[in-house]
Write a protein that binds this ligand. Sequence first.
Ligand code: ATP
Ligand code: MG
Length: 277
Amino acid sequence: MSEASESTQSPLVISVANQKGGVGKTTTAVNLAAGLTLQGYNVLVLDIDIQANATHILHRPLTEDEQGLAEVILEETTLDEVIHDTSTERLSIACSGETMVRVDLALASMLGREEALKRIIAESEIAAQQDFIIIDTSPYLGLLTVNALVASDYVLIPVSCEYLPMLGLKLFLSTINTVRKRLNDKLDILGYLLTMYDRRENITFDVENMMREHFKDLVFKDPIRINTRHKSSPAHHQTIFQYETKSGRGVEDYTRLTAAVLERLGMPQEHDEESEE
Ligand SMILES: Nc1ncnc2c1ncn2[C@@H]1O[C@H](COP(=O)(O)OP(=O)(O)OP(=O)(O)O)[C@@H](O)[C@H]1O
Ligand SMILES: [Mg+2]
């Protein structure tokens, strides 16, 4: 495939990342992806986290002899071979599995080790047909996360309102800046998303004030509120749009986020396939 045809076709790649664990990365990756499909966009989720939580929600755990994204990175198969449709129309996933534990070490000795995921996306026909690729990352700053940032146009950073996040964010932002300088100068921060937002807790307002003061408009106006349904929907292998009714709080929050993301990207709120260039 020539460079020119790649760039006219290429989907927007968004990593959902923060090296802090349990801040709502997977919940956001899965439900933003689902939200975008409901607006008519084609979305592929790439699960590069060994915990395989997105895989569990959108597909099911891979069996021992099934290949996933790890095998693609290890060059044993191609991305198109491991992409699964999901129960949500227009939403597909390349799954994580146990082999992912070997990937970081294997990447370390690979030529072009930071750009493996970017190459994989560029070489995939199915990826080229997507409007968005959303990468769910692990809670650590290893080579796999760097691969995600190198492959991405944007990074969306969920920040939990349960603890003061500045120290961890400083470390993460310095990684983003290094990636920008050395490997991917087009990487942009799509925004900071306040998650686990609980009006009953003082810490929520402390975090919100600090984030808005520091990062201004980059903090999405509407947070993701604390909602136990985000904890129970994964057990049913469902996105929040499948698990809650239309008027549910989780649906409302992730619908708002989807709209805000499309607005920031300057993309239509509803994707009309007919009018595609
Ligand atoms: N808004 C919310 N309200 C309540 N619980 C939530 C919310 N968002 C996520 N959760 C739950 O909190 C836990 C952590 O969320 P999630 O798995 O999305 O975080 P993560 O950043 O992907 O974690 P990890 O770093 O381990 O990958 C999960 O049990 C999830 O179901
Ligand atoms: Mg996760």
